[in-house]
Design a protein around this ligand. Structure first.
Ligand code: ATP
Length: 207
């Protein structure tokens, strides 16, 4: 088997155990050698949202996976101006790693119905295998909807790569709300992330 690499992009504001548990489960099921976490500097689908500075989000992702050989952190999207399009990121990884590497792009189930709005999605699905992790409350989009978005062959590939992962009902929104309400976020994210949030006084006020 050649090199099989998972690419996991997200706002990670902050990274939490939902991300990490589903990433590890996907890595195990797909027999990946590594998973590269890619914090999105300007998530194209959240244009009006004020995010925590990308440097803080990268620091939290690094702290979350420190010492875990499965994970690496990429700053590629922080180094690019403009919206952080997955297509551009995947194209860059393809160039670095060559055609031999098998690349898998992880998304949560809630992102699959939105795929049709992604930049250059028809080319994207040819360059990378999109793998969808099940998430609480998630409903599988119909094959007809996916076919409309990416064509019949790619739609079937998307459906074939929907993978059941442990359902962890944690979201970054919930973590930010709890912080704003002065409630504890212990156990929702790795301890190092909780410490970072506390010491940098993040999420103290509602957005
Ligand atoms: P927010 O609540 O701010 O929208 P989020 O918790 O959904 O954030 P993101 O950084 O936006 O986190 O998500 C990155 C990717 O991780 C998305 O594809 C999302 O679907 C997925 N994801 C987020 N939380 C979970 C979870 N608990 N289980 C599985 N996947 C998740």
């Amino acid at each position: 088997m050649g090199t099989r690499i998972g690419l996991y992009g997200g706002t990670f504001d902050p990274i939490h155990h939902g991300h990490l548990i589903s990433a590890r489960a996907l890595a195990e099921q797909l027999q990946l050698t590594r998973v590269i976490l890619i914090p999105s500097a300007q998530p194209p689908h959240k244009p009006d949202v004020a995010h925590t500075p990308i440097a803080d989000r990268i620091a939290m992702v690094r702290a979350a996976v420190e010492g875990d050989a499965l994970f690496e952190v990429s700053t590629i999207e922080a180094e690019r101006d403009g919206p952080s399009f997955t297509f551009d990121t995947v194209t860059a990884f393809r160039e670095w790693l060559g055609d031999e590497a098998e690349l898998f792009w992880f998304i949560g189930g809630d992102s699959l119905p939105e795929l049709k709005t992604w930049h250059r999605v028809r080319e994207l699905v040819e360059r990378v295998t999109i793998v969808t992790a099940a998430r609480p409350g998630w409903k599988l989009p119909s094959e007809a909807d996916l076919t409309e978005a990416v064509g019949p062959r790619a739609a079937r590939r998307l459906l074939d790569h929907c993978i059941a992962t442990p359902k962890i009902g944690i979201s970054a929104t919930q973590i930010r709300s709890r912080c704003a309400e002065g409630r504890s976020i212990r156990y929702l994210a790795p301890e190092a992330v909780v410490e970072y949030v506390t010491s940098h006084a993040l999420y103290r006020s509602r957005r």
